[in-house]
Write a protein that binds this ligand. Structure first.
Ligand code: HEC
Length: 191
């Protein structure tokens, strides 16, 4: 029994030291201008989703989705987020494939997550990616405004749609079909 345990411990030690050695000898690529393999993307996104599910409080936005607040959200997005996530004229960001993992193009392909989910992501950022935590750079009110802008992008009130068209020269995104509210974001694809 003792030699069995010793064998397990030694095997683990060899694996850990081997892994460290591979990293420290420079065999792990650190460049950001590469496309992550499908399996890696799938595993990493599932882990991010599970962690967000586990940690995020199920809270509703204290900021109402009025045209004024949604237009404020558009401006906050344009100032802080569009450089990575794409501009409201629906052009991809020049940095769209310059990060590892790449930033999802939120205007071209708006996510379908619940408010609490996106709020948590925006407020706290995503570790080991280019997604910053915004809690120190934006007020809580502004984080909620940009959150509701993202969650309402395909169902903006007429005044906010007019603002979008006038300011950016293209129409606001439309829901593909009749919108239905899903309480459970697990049914949705993450990008
Ligand atoms: C420096 C680049 C950068 C900036 C600026 C940035 N993000 Fe991100 N963001 C990323 C990256 C990279 C990811 C993807 C992380 C991943 O794959 O898990 C991401 C992910 C996200 C997600 C998750 C999307 C999904 O499909 O689940 C949301 C929501 C988001 N960002 C919103 C914002 C908002 C809102 C702002 C501005 C307040 C912002 N980001 C600013 C790089 C950025």
């Amino acid at each position: 029994m003792r030699s069995f345990i010793l064998g397990v411990v030694l095997t683990l030690a060899v694996l850990i030291l081997g892994g460290l050695g591979i990293a420290l000898l420079g065999f792990i690529p650190t460049n950001a201008n590469a496309t992550p393999p499908k399996l890696e993307t799938h595993l990493a996104m599932s882990a991010v989703d599970a962690s967000t599910d586990h940690h995020a409080a199920r809270i509703n936005s204290p900021v109402l989705p009025s045209p004024e607040n949604l237009i404020d959200g558009m401006k906050i997005y344009t100032m802080n987020c569009s450089g990575c996530h794409g501009t409201l004229d629906k052009k991809p960001s020049p940095l769209a494939s310059s990060f590892y993992p790449p930033p999802p193009q939120l205007i071209q392909d708006p996510p379908d997550d619940p408010e609490w989910f996106d709020y948590y992501t925006i407020r706290n950022g995503i570790r080991y990616t280019g997604m910053p935590a915004w809690d120190k750079a934006l007020s809580d009110q502004d984080i909620w405004k940009v959150t509701i802008f993202i969650t309402h992008m395909k169902k903006l009130p007429a005044a906010a749609q007019d603002y979008w068209k006038n300011a950016f020269g293209v129409p606001a995104p439309k829901a593909e079909s009749e919108h239905t509210d899903h309480a459970d974001h697990d049914e949705h694809e993450h990008h």
